[in-house]
Design a protein around this ligand. Structure first.
Ligand SMILES: NC(=O)c1ccc[n+]([C@@H]2O[C@H](COP(=O)([O-])OP(=O)(O)OC[C@H]3O[C@@H](n4cnc5c(N)ncnc54)[C@H](OP(=O)(O)O)[C@@H]3O)[C@@H](O)[C@H]2O)c1
Length: 282
């Protein structure tokens, strides 16, 4: 099995890289310096010469607030880049494993989100990721789109690292408690992706949701980060109205994961258990 991983220096890419030796498969890890996914010709040429069995797209424009002022680039990477990979995958008979986000939903359902629920992104990032999903759906031959949420890891910048830094600097912090979802350790998502790859048999494109089990608000998550890190910092809950951001975020984006669990026999760890495991790596 030959696997091409794009965006390989991101959180997900780094976690896949860490697991790669245990698979016995051949991996090719590329980030923007080696393969800019917005360059359609380069993508086509790269995939043609590598002939991978599977392409895992870990590349994305992920700056949610910045995207509000950077619409063109967000769409160039998240829509056009995904389209380029989908075309190249189809032309060379590779399966595409594409990663998307809970931010394709508006969070107004007030109940668990399933794969076939209507999408309605609230901001540019979510819109551009939804456009990427559609491109993959239309252009790739056999692919899967895995929506995940609130990714964190020992690699790169993320909420866990920010909270720990703030917790060490301050006696108390305020965190929003009216946005609820599922914190997800990128390591668990990487394990899931590598577990499902050899089992993929679908024709066409199939959607899945993958997030750590259990729901939490950002406030719940921040409190857990402090407690499990042994940081003595009081976390106070506030409404989103007291913490305005450029991009509006879904109030409730907890996703049902039973489809991916049942089809591939996955056991998804609860978010707090995974947080504790990740913290041992810092
Ligand atoms: N992070 C989250 O909370 C979250 C939540 C839900 C879903 N997701 C999705 O999960 C996936 C993985 O997220 P992540 O947190 O691992 O993202 P990440 O850490 O931001 O990594 C993305 C990688 O893609 C690279 N990249 C950007 N533009 C590129 C281009 N034109 N060509 C090739 N590579 C490019 C980035 O390079 P630079 O750093 O140099 O830009 C970075 O290394 C993404 O699809 C994301 O949308 C993430």
């Amino acid at each position: 099995m030959k696997i091409l991983v794009t965006g390989a220096n991101g959180q997900l890419g780094c976690e896949i890289r860490r697991l790669a030796p245990s698979t016995g498969w051949q991996f090719d890890f590329v980030d923007i310096e080696e393969l800019d996914i917005t360059d359609g010709e380069a993508v086509l040429e790269y995939v043609r010469s590598l002939v991978p069995d599977v392409i895992v797209n870990g590349a994305a424009y992920t700056a949610v607030d910045k995207a509000e002022e950077d619409r063109d680039l967000a769409f160039k990477v998240n829509r056009d880049g995904s389209a380029n990979l989908a075309v190249a995958a189809k032309a060379n008979g590779a399966r595409l494993v594409h990663v998307s986000t809970d931010f394709v939903f508006d969070g107004k359902k007030d109940a668990t989100y399933f794969e076939d629920d209507p999408t309605c992104p609230l901001g540019v990032y979510g819109e551009s990721k939804r456009a990427g999903e559609k491109a993959v759906e239309e252009l790739s031959g056999n692919g899967v789109i895995i929506r995940t949420s609130w990714l964190y890891s020992a690699f790169g910048a993320n909420f866990v690292k920010t909270m720990r830094r703030l917790g060490m600097e301050k006696d108390s912090i305020k965190v929003v408690n009216d946005q609820v979802g599922s914190p997800t350790w990128a390591h668990d998502l990487a394990v899931a992706i590598l577990t499902i790859i050899p089992k993929l048999k679908n024709q066409g494109v199939e959607y899945y949701h993958y997030a750590n089990r259990g729901e939490a608000s950002w406030y719940d998550f921040a409190k857990a980060i402090m407690v499990e890190s042994g940081i003595d910092c009081v976390v106070n809950p506030i409404p989103s109205s007291e913490f305005p951001t450029k991009a509006e975020r879904p109030a409730y984006s907890y996703m049902d994961t039973s489809k991916i669990e049942q089809e591939f026999g996955l056991t998804i760890p609860p978010w707090r258990e995974s947080l504790i495991r990740m913290l041992t790596e810092l």
